[in-house]
Design a protein around this ligand. Structure first.
Ligand code: ADP
Ligand code: MG
Length: 340
């Protein structure tokens, strides 16, 4: 075959394959968009593991009628204006890939209205093609509904786990975000069941109470430590040493409130608890690292799940020392040994 450039409808499907791996990827992108839009309340409703249907409702800024269709074009974003902005990205989104990617692999509807405008706008897509659009009354904010995910990609659909397993991933994601954004009220409904409801009053302890229940949250310490050398801060919740788990799933890390996976941070946290937990037991923690935007590259993973730090060592030290200091302060009498 001769070399040729792929037509846009094929290109977008390939891109979608990287960004949208499973239902939880859709929820992640939509929740991140809602947060970027300044929402104070985010409702997530899923049916059939999010494959059959999922809906994300927010009360954020909304999209102007004349910009809605543009938002579904590839690389269309309101978050990046110039190349140097990529060196210090303050928003969760920046690539303008999520909406077109989701639309390419589902049936998708959007209703949106900025609070200052009278009429909202509705658009519907099927497998990436616009099928209807027009003015549409709706409350301020944005509602996005996605149905029949991967209905046009049977191979991808077969690769998904059971509805229960996919729901579990979504539950986990929303839970983690609710801990990082205590000022946002998160509401998650799986089928007919409300499985998470946070107040959004800005108090992390209240978010933890909604997520973990009273017993666990009583054992959580509020962490708020600044590394004197670098100014890097670590904030969030970490269990006192009486609280531990059999695996590492309960360690959640955010960098500038972006949920990421990072082995180094896992090690740093385990190191902070060194000598305090029984063998083969792991801490429960949800921690956010606050580092200057220019010290972290968030553009290194298609689903933005991983980041690169300019100086790993400094990040490691800030987390390990910050948590250790909080643990020592919690338990001065028992005299936690070791360096901080
Ligand atoms: P990105 O988030 O990388 O900019 P997306 O494809 O996720 O790309 O969204 C494209 C644009 O649509 C965003 O830049 C934003 O302007 C707008 N948008 C998407 N979702 C929302 C929302 N829930 N509320 C307000 N604006 C939104
Ligand atoms: Mg986005």
């Amino acid at each position: 075959m001769p070399i040729r450039q792929l037509p846009p409808d094929i290109a977008v499907q390939i891109a979608a394959g990287e960004v949208i791996e499973r239902p939880v990827s859709v929820v992640k992108e939509l929740v991140e968009n809602a947060i970027d839009a300044g929402a104070s309340r985010i409702i997530v409703e899923i049916k059939g593991g999010g494959i059959e249907q999922l809906r994300v409702v927010d009360d954020g800024a909304g999209i102007l009628s004349e910009e809605v269709l543009l938002a579904f074009q590839r690389h269309a974003t309101s978050k990046v204006e110039s190349a140097d902005m990529l060196n210090a990205i303050p928003t969760l989104g920046f690539r303008g890939e999520a909406l077109p990617s989701i639309a390419a692999v589902s049936q998708m509807a959007i209703n949106t209205r900025p609070a200052a405008t009278d009429a909202g706008f509705n658009a519907e897509f099927a497998w990436g093609k616009l099928i209807s659009e027009g003015a549409h009354g709706c409350p301020p904010g944005t509602t996005i509904e996605v149905s029949d995910l991967f209905g046009n990609l049977p191979a991808r659909r077969r690769f998904l786990k059971s509805a229960t397993a996919e729901s579990g991933r979504i539950h986990e994601l929303v839970t983690r975000y609710s801990l990082a954004y205590p000022e946002v009220s998160f509401h998650l409904k799986v089928g007919d069941r409300v499985v998470l409801n946070t107040q959004g009053d800005g108090r992390r302890a209240n978010a933890a109470l909604a997520v973990y229940g009273a017993e666990v949250s009583e054992s959580l310490l509020e962490i708020q430590e600044e590394d004197p050398e670098t100014g890097y801060r670590v904030e969030g919740l970490a269990g006192d040493p009486s609280l531990h788990r059999a695996n590492r799933t309960y360690m959640t890390f955010f960098v500038n409130r972006r949920w990421i996976q990072n082995r180094m941070l896992t090690f740093a946290l385990e190191e902070a608890y060194h000598g305090l937990l029984p063998e083969k037991r792991y801490p429960l923690a949800a921690l956010n690292l606050v580092v200057p935007y220019e010290d972290v590259d968030v553009n290194s993973h298609p689903a933005k799940r991983e980041v690169r730090f300019r100086q790993d060592g400094k990040v490691y030290a800030a987390l390990q020392r910050g948590v250790r200091a909080a643990l020592v302060a919690y338990s001065p009498v028992r005299g936690i040994q070791g360096t901080i």
